[in-house]
Design a protein around this ligand. Structure first.
Ligand code: HEC
Length: 241
C-alpha cells in the first residue's frame, strides 16, 4: 500500500508542478537531430540565460563535443562564466544576491525541460507581457507574477496581453498585441525560441542522442544473431529427423 501511495505521488508531481494555469501550450517542435538549431540554441542560452541561471550538471566540453563545435570556438565565443573547457556551467551570481534582486533565486536550468516539459518552456519564453503593477514591468501568461524580467525584449519587443471573460466569469487569456517591435519579426523570434528550447531539451538529457543510436545498433546486432542462430539450429538438427 505504501509503495502504491508513493507511486501515485510520483506520478502526480509533474501535474501539480505544471502550475495552476490552464493556458494552451504551443509545440516547441523539438528536433535533437538538427545540430545547427542546437548550436544556435546554445549561443542564445549562454548569452541570455547563464547570467542568472546555472546549468551546473553540464560541462562546456561535453556540449562542444555533442553539438559538433570545436573546443576553440566554444572557448573564444561562448565561455563568459568559466575559463576551463572542463568547467560546469555555473554562474557568478550568488543565490543570496539573486534573491535580493528578484525576490527568488533563479533555478538551475539543467533539467527544466524535463520538469516542466519543452512545450511549457517554449510557451513561457514567448508569453511575457507588459504589466505596470509588477516591479519588473512584466508578467507572464503561463507563470503569473513571475520574478523573471523579460530578458529577450530586445529580440521580441514588448507585447500587451488581452484577456476576456469566459462563461464562468473568469478572466481568460485571449491574445497578444505587439506594441513595440524588437529586432526580430514574430516568426524569427519563434524560431530563435525553438532553437533555445531545442538546446535546453538536449541539456535535460544529453546522452539521449547516443542512447538512441546505440539502441538501433543493438537491435541490428540481435537481428543478425537471430539469423545466425537459426541457421545453426537447422544445421544441428538436420540429421535427427
Ligand atoms: C535577470 C535574471 C534572469 C535571466 C537573465 C533569465 N532568467 Fe529565467 N528566471 C529568473 C528568475 C528570478 C526566475 C524565478 C521566477 C519565479 O520563480 O518567480 C526565473 C525563472 C525561469 C524559469 C521558470 C522556472 C520554474 O520555476 O519552473 C524558466 C524556464 C527560465 N527562467 C528560463 C530562462 C531562460 C531560458 C533564460 C534565457 C533566455 C532566462 N531564464 C534568463 C531570472 C532570470
Amino acid at each position: 500500500m505504501k509503495k502504491l501511495i508513493i507511486a501515485l505521488m510520483l506520478f502526480a508531481t509533474p501535474m501539480i508542478s505544471m502550475g495552476s494555469s490552464s493556458a494552451h501550450l504551443d509545440s516547441a517542435g523539438v528536433d535533437l537531430g538538427d545540430k545547427e538549431s542546437l548550436q544556435r540554441g546554445f549561443k542564445y542560452f549562454v548569452n541570455y540565460c547563464l547570467s542568472c541561471h546555472s546549468a551546473k550538471y553540464q560541462r562546456f566540453e561535453r556540449t562542444a563535443n555533442d553539438l559538433g563545435l570545436t573546443v576553440e570556438d566554444v572557448k573564444q565565443n561562448l565561455m563568459f562564466t568559466a575559463d576551463k573547457i572542463g568547467s560546469t556551467m555555473d554562474i557568478a551570481l550568488k543565490p543570496k544576491e539573486a534573491t535580493g534582486y528578484f525576490g527568488v533565486t533563479p533555478p538551475d536550468l539543467s533539467v527544466i525541460t524535463r520538469a516542466r516539459g519543452s512545450d511549457w518552456v517554449y510557451t513561457y519564453l514567448r508569453s511575457f507581457y507588459l504589466d505596470e503593477s509588477k516591479s519588473t514591468g512584466v508578467n507572464n501568461v503561463i507563470f503569473p507574477d513571475v520574478g523573471m524580467p523579460h530578458v529577450l525584449w530586445e529580440l521580441q519587443g514588448w507585447q500587451e496581453a488581452r484577456f476576456k471573460k469566459n462563461e464562468h466569469g473568469q478572466m481568460e487569456f485571449e491574445k497578444f498585441e505587439l506594441v513595440k517591435a524588437g529586432s526580430m519579426s514574430t516568426e524569427e523570434f519563434d524560431g530563435a525560441i525553438h532553437d533555445l528550447v531545442n538546446f535546453m531539451t538536449y541539456l535535460g538529457d544529453p546522452s539521449q542522442m547516443e542512447r538512441k543510436a546505440l539502441g538501433i545498433k543493438v537491435i541490428l546486432f540481435l537481428l543478425v544473431l537471430f539469423v545466425l542462430s537459426y541457421l545453426l539450429k537447422k544445421e544441428y538438427w538436420k540429421d535427427i529427423h
